[in-house]
Design a protein around this ligand. Structure first.
Ligand code: 3EB
Length: 333
């Protein structure tokens, strides 16, 4: 009796294993995979629906991939614009919509998130946990017309159809590839996650009006797999709701790492399997606006990160023009 109960608890607590490594040209995708996110124009092309190609250029490697390994056999499916792959616990989904088909980014984001909300509501894995959003020219446009704010407007409209009681963790980052495609991909679960906020920061969904007509709908982090995996949203040099240290890369990195540290501590306090600090199993994506600062950033991170912590460094635009760098993190033991 206790044995079968224990097995049930363990099944419910499974977390996907996520790994960063390059895929060689011609290399088949590993077996039992939920998703392969590949970065850069040099990344190999796969026709597999589980593959998402993101046009962000890696700055310290030729190509990198993030592999989401399943815990068993994978079922692949399609539902309208959504493509997905699922195992017994988790689902990876992706939607890629061409802005020219919807008349602007806000309408495109609304269409994407309407599709996601509808799909998730009827899915066997209904709980939206972690979402990445990539689109071109995130800082183009003035005031409320700035594309990031337009994206937030459409996302809010689409997510309003969701039945979820909390927001997923998220990243929203600008590509520079001139492609009119909004890319959204996500992790969802059969069981809910636990959303975390950062006491150093105002919750994004409570940001004041100055940041746009609709607040960004995301949580600062999500505990996944019964507290075995922490998925931290895109994190920048924001305290309260304000950007800090404009123009100062070193201070922005330091502040960003403090925000990440706070979320790891909070997670560790309620989920002891989560290490309170970054370690060799942490996966970082560092989004950097100024490519000429790549070696400076590498030096700063070598100084500020614990030994053995690796990261992807990607050329990208960040959603506020004054932010030079943003980091997101997948973090376990
Ligand atoms: C911030 O703290 C930085 O709109 O989905 C970080 C992570 C940011 C996610 C999003 C935006 C988003 O507000 C920007």
């Amino acid at each position: 009796m206790t044995g079968s109960k224990g097995a049930t608890a363990q099944r419910a607590a499974a977390a996907p294993r996520i790994e960063d490594r390059a895929l060689a040209t011609g290399e088949p995708l590993p077996e039992n995979l939920l998703a392969a996110v590949v970065f850069g124009s040099g990344a190999p092309r796969h026709e597999d629906p589980r593959c998402v190609r993101v046009g962000l250029q890696p700055l310290h490697r030729a190509s990198v991939a993030e592999l989401w390994h399943a815990s068993g056999p994978v079922r692949i499916g399609f539902d309208g614009p959504v493509r997905y792959a699922a195992d017994a616990h988790h689902l990876a989904g992706a939607v890629e919509l061409d802005e020219r088909d919807y008349g602007g980014l806000a309408a495109t984001a609304a269409a994407a998130y309407t599709a996601i909300s509808r799909f998730q509501a009827s899915s066997s894995h209904p709980h939206l946990l972690r979402v990445w959003n990539y689109f071109d020219g995130i800082n183009r446009g003035a005031d409320d017309g700035e594309r990031y704010k337009q994206f937030c407007l459409g996302r809010a409209a689409g997510l309003a159809l969701s039945t979820a009681t909390y927001h997923p963790a998220a990243t929203a980052i600008g590509r520079r590839d001139g492609s009119p495609v909004l890319q959204v991909y996500w992790l969802a679960g059969r069981t809910p996650g636990q959303a975390l906020e950062n006491p150093r920061q105002v919750s994004a969904f409570h940001y004041p009006r100055q940041y746009g007509p609709a607040a960004p709908r995301f949580s600062r982090a999500m505990l996944v797999g019964g507290g075995r995996l922490l998925m931290i949203s895109g994190t920048a040099s924001v305290i309260g709701h304000a950007s800090h240290h404009p123009g100062r890369l070193d201070a922005q990195i330091r502040e960003t790492l403090m925000n990440l540290g706070m979320l790891k501590q909070r997670a560790n306090a309620i989920a002891p399997a989560i290490a309170p600090r970054l370690g060799p199993s942490s996966l970082l994506k560092v989004y950097l606006r100024d490519t000429s600062a790549a070696s400076e950033v590498a030096a700063l991170l070598a100084e500020q990160l614990p030994a053995g912590v690796d990261y992807m460094l990607l050329e990208a635009d960040i959603c506020r023009a004054e932010l030079l760098v943003e980091i997101d993190c997948i973090h376990g033991a």
